[in-house]
Every structure is written in C-alpha cells, then in structure tokens.
Ligand binder design. Structure first.
Ligand code: CFM
Length: 530
C-alpha cells in the first residue's frame, strides 16, 4: 500500500523523497494510465546500481561484435571491467575464422597521467597500427572513456586517418562515461554509429525463404544460440543476431532481410526504428524467455509471413519442444510454486523473466529497471508525451529518408497484399512494445533506479523468496539471508532463453530457494559484536 511505501521513503530529506516517490508505483489497473518517472538523473550521493554511457556503448552494444577489435581509449580499469564479465559468448562460423574472433582479448590504450596531461591521440594512433599489423582485423572500434572527453582527444580524426592508412573501417564512438544519465545513452550512441557506418554497406543476402534478424539479443550464456536453434528448426534463415555472436560482415548486410525481431527493446529500438524508416523493414517485439512466452513469440513471427506450412512447422516445433521440457519444468514447479520474486535488472529483463517465473508458478512482487525509459514501463504509446531534457538532447536523434535502392513498403517485405498486412498489424504488435506495467498485476510494486537503501527496505518489507539482480546488488540480498540469481551474466551458467534455457533456469531457481545457506551463516562481524 501507499502507506508502506512511505516507510521506505521516510528517512529521506523532503526533496529526495519528492523525487524518489515519482520512481515508485503500485500497479492499480483502476487507474487509467499510471505514470512513472524514468531516465532521469540519479540523485548525487545515492548508491545507484546503474552503469555509465561507456558501459552501454562498449560493454553492451559494440563489445559483443566478434570480428572487430574494440579499443578502449582510456584507463585500464574501464577496459578490464567491460571485458568478459558480461559473458556474451561468441565462436567462429562459416564467415568468421577463429583468428578473427577477438572477444577473448582485451585492447586498451591504458591511459596514464602523462597521456591525460599531454593528450592520448598519438598513443591511440600507434596502437591502431600495432593491432592492424598483428591481427589484421576486418574493422576496429574506438570507444571513449570519461578522460578522453575531458581532455578533448579527437578520436574521430584519429579514426579517419587510421582508416585511410590501413584501408579498413575504424569506427569512433564518443561514449564518454559521463554522457546521459546511465548506460542507456551509450546504447543510443552505438545504435547511431552502426546505422551510419555499417548497416546497408553489404550486398550479400543469405539464401532462404524467410530471412530474419534478431536485434537486441546479446548471447549471454549462449541465449542467442538457443533462440537461433529454435528459429532455424521452424524454417527461418538467421541473417544476423545483433550483436550477440554477431560479426561486422553480417551487420553490413542487416538490411537484406525480411523482418527484424526485437528481443531487448531498450537497447536496440533505435536501429529497429531507423531501419523501418530507411528500408521499410517492419519489426516485431518478441520475448524468448519462458516456455509460454517463447511459444507465443514463435506463433507471432510465423503469422508475419502468413505461410500455412511455416505456421504448421512452428506448431510442430512448439509441441515437440514443450513435450520435451515440460516434465522437467513440472518437477521444479512443485518446488517453486507460490514463491515470490524481486526482479531488478537493466532495461528489459525484469519484464521478460516474469513470464518464465509464471511458468514456475512464482509471483513477481517487485519489478524494476536500472535505466529503462517510460516506454519500457508504460508502452510505446507514451513516446509523444516524453519530454526531452538536457541529458537526452545530448545524444543526436537520427532520422533517415527511405533508401532509393532498398526501401520497400512493409507489406511487400512480408510478401502480402496491403489489406492483409494492415489486418495483420491489428492482430500482432508489429512496431509496438506494450511495456512492463501492463502485464503486471494489481498490488505489485514497480520501481525505477532502485538504490541500496530502498533495495534493503523492500526486501525487508516484502520478504521475497528470491532476488534476481546483478553482481553488485546480489550481495545486499545475500547479507540479508535471501538467495539471489544474477539475471545479467547468469552467474556462471545459462542459457536461460528458449526451451532449453527454461529447464536450466527452473533447476537453478529450485536449488536456490531450497538452499537456505545465506540464512544459516553468521557473518564474522555479527558473531563478534564490538
Ligand atoms: Fe537489454 Fe541486455 Fe537488458 Fe541492456 Fe544491460 Fe544485459 Fe541488462 Mo545487464 S542490453 S537492457 S544494458 S537485455 S548488460 S544483455 S543484463 S543491464 S536487462
């Protein structure tokens, strides 16, 4: 209730309380449109769980592209912590030999004090020469960290010169950590850069009747591979997964497909929208997390092409996979049934995982995002009402004209007459995302940019059986005796997506809620009170 929410906020000074109140809401379907404040600055001094703009650009969107060398221009810590820990997997394939897969390596200019004082451009240029000589990559990215912007190194000029010197693409991203209010700004910068410099440059359309892209899938713990497996079995050709296990070669051919599937709306909606404007390519929001959600998404994708045999094959795949995994899910469901969860992740998973938890008979009593925007909470219909502020205006909003050569009306892309296409749009949410709040139930709590204090208070108040969150905040719940599973990197396991992922997730959640280790240990500082 609202009174209990007051208990969470009571310790704040008035202005902080007023601010934070707008970021919390209790779902109430009687209210016509419940508005939440999101994508605004975190109050200084509050321990937020958010990341920075550099994390969103290099760590999230650009970093997983496997056949590029990603140079972090900045201190070594920025490079080290944006390398490997997210567990975005990649492997060689038909077009990318093992020597062109660079994800196991970490590249940085390792800026020192003298570079900060005298500038780091020369060091960066020299580093590019070295990596070209040693690795012969297809392309290079340079991602800027905070000091680069502060001292004014012109990474764009360095990139242009290197591109001429070596004849390979060198993309520069001005994703200094302090830009915007969270990693979300970095997603936007990365999307813009890829759209301007890569998408549309290729000429190879893969063979196959139904060629699709999967956007906003990062292959954490192998999620993308599981999704790809299922879609291939249904009869699709996967043109490119952007960016999980993706390559710059495939990204250049992104426009040579029939449909974009969007898994993570927050991080990649810009490219989906820009491709619709430039190529007329429709996009469909999907969710491959959870057995029922997965089945629903597969059915909707099949609907897009309106081919009876495709629809038939999709039903067969769903029936076969469901029959295979449900006995396992049912087994764990007996353990998980009735348990409650607190789900707090970046900008899309807190919604997606509610379906998987529902498959296990669990209720999500609190759900929140670190950096989502209002449309991720309330649905894209609120986009026109979101006011741009100084922080969001910082990132250019690119607009594309229809491409002379490749633009086609959506209905041509999906190979059906216009009336049929319009009718399809009414049935499935092409070009639309409903946001998280609509699928939640009355009385459940929604929270934006939760901080350490609120996290503790909410766990204490609602006593969830398990907390799903990240590497920093998971220890808050452990210290309170509540088990947690990481939903960013999946700790050390995965995949969690698709049918196989659902089984793995079920097993781990069942293990976690039946292993009260964190409740039984006494911390040393508690055993010997001063
Ligand atoms: Fe999209 Fe992500 Fe997420 Fe995200 Fe992330 Fe991530 Fe995430 Mo961690 S792109 S918004 S910036 S689904 S790294 S793979 S888990 S916070 S909820």
């Amino acid at each position: 209730t609202d009174e209990r929410l007051e208990e969470v906020l009571v310790t704040y000074p008035d202005n902080v309380k007023k601010n934070r109140k707008k970021h919390l809401l209790i779902k109430n379907s009687a209210e016509a449109c419940q508005q939440i404040e999101a994508n605004t600055r975190t109050i200084p001094g509050i321990i937020s769980q958010r990341g920075c703009c550099f994390a969103g650009c290099k760590g999230v969107v650009i970093g997983p592209i496997k056949d590029m060398i990603h140079i972090v221009h900045g201190p070594v810590g920025c490079a080290y912590y944006s390398w490997g820990t997210r567990r975005n997997k990649a492997r060689a394939d038909e077009t990318t030999p093992p020597e062109n897969v660079y994800l196991p390596l970490c590249f940085t200019t390792d800026m020192q004090e003298s570079d900060i004082v005298f500038g780091g451009e020369k060091k960066l240029a020299k580093m590019i020469d070295e990596v070209v000589e040693i690795f012969h990559p297809r392309a290079i990215s340079i991602c800027a960290t905070c000091p680069v912007g502060l001292i004014g190194d012109d990474i764009n000029a360095v990139a242009r010169a290197a591109q001429e010197r070596h004849g390979i693409q060198v993309l520069a991203f001005n994703c200094e950590g302090y830009k915007g209010v969270s990693q979300s700004a970095g997603h936007h910068i990365a999307n813009n850069g890829l759209m301007v410099n890569a998408v549309g440059k290729g000429t190879v359309r893969k063979s196959g009747k139904y060629v699709i892209n999967i956007l906003g899938e990062y292959n954490i713990g192998g999620d993308g591979w599981e999704i790809e497996r299922i879609l291939k079995e249904c009869g699709y050709t996967i043109n490119c997964i952007l960016p999980g296990d993706g390559s710059i070669l495939n990204i250049r051919n992104l426009h040579l497909a029939d449909l974009n599937l969007v898994q993570c709306h927050r991080s990649i909606n810009y490219i989906a929208g820009m491709m619709e404007a430039r190529y007329g390519m429709p996009w469909l929001k999907v969710n491959f997390i959870g057995v029922s959600a997965c089945a629903r998404s597969l059915r909707e994708v099949a609907q897009c092409f309106g081919d009876e045999s495709l629809i038939q094959r999709t039903e067969e795949v769903i029936a076969r996979e469901t029959a295979r995994v449900m006995p396992v899910i049912e087994h764990y469901r007996k353990i998980c049934q009735g348990k409650t969860a607190f789900v707090f992740v970046g900008g899309s998973r807190s919604h997606h995982y509610q379906y998987l938890l529902r498959d296990l008979g669990m209720e999500t009593v609190v759900a929140g995002y670190e950096f989502a925007h209002r449309d991720d909470y309330e649905g894209r219909e609120v986009l026109p009402t979101i006011k741009a502020d100084a922080d969001s205006k910082n990132i250019p909003d690119l607009h594309f004209e229809p491409d002379d050569e490749f633009y086609q009306e959506g209905h041509v892309y999906l190979n059906m007459p216009k009336e049929k296409y319009d009718e399809l749009r009414k049935r499935i949410p092409l070009g639309y995302y409903e946001g998280m709040i609509k699928s939640m139930e009355d009385g459940q709590l929604i929270i934006d940019d939760v901080n350490h204090h609120e996290f503790e208070e909410i766990v204490r108040m609602l006593k969830p059986d398990i907390v799903f969150t990240g590497v920093r905040d998971k220890y808050i719940s452990h210290k309170m005796g509540v088990p947690s599973r990481q939903l960013h990197s999946y700790d050390y396991t995965g995949p969690y997506a698709g049918f196989n992922g659902a089984m793995i997730f079920a097993r781990e959640v069942a293990n976690a809620v039946t292993t009260p280790a964190w409740r039984l240990v006494t911390a040393p500082w508690e055993a010997q009170k001063e």
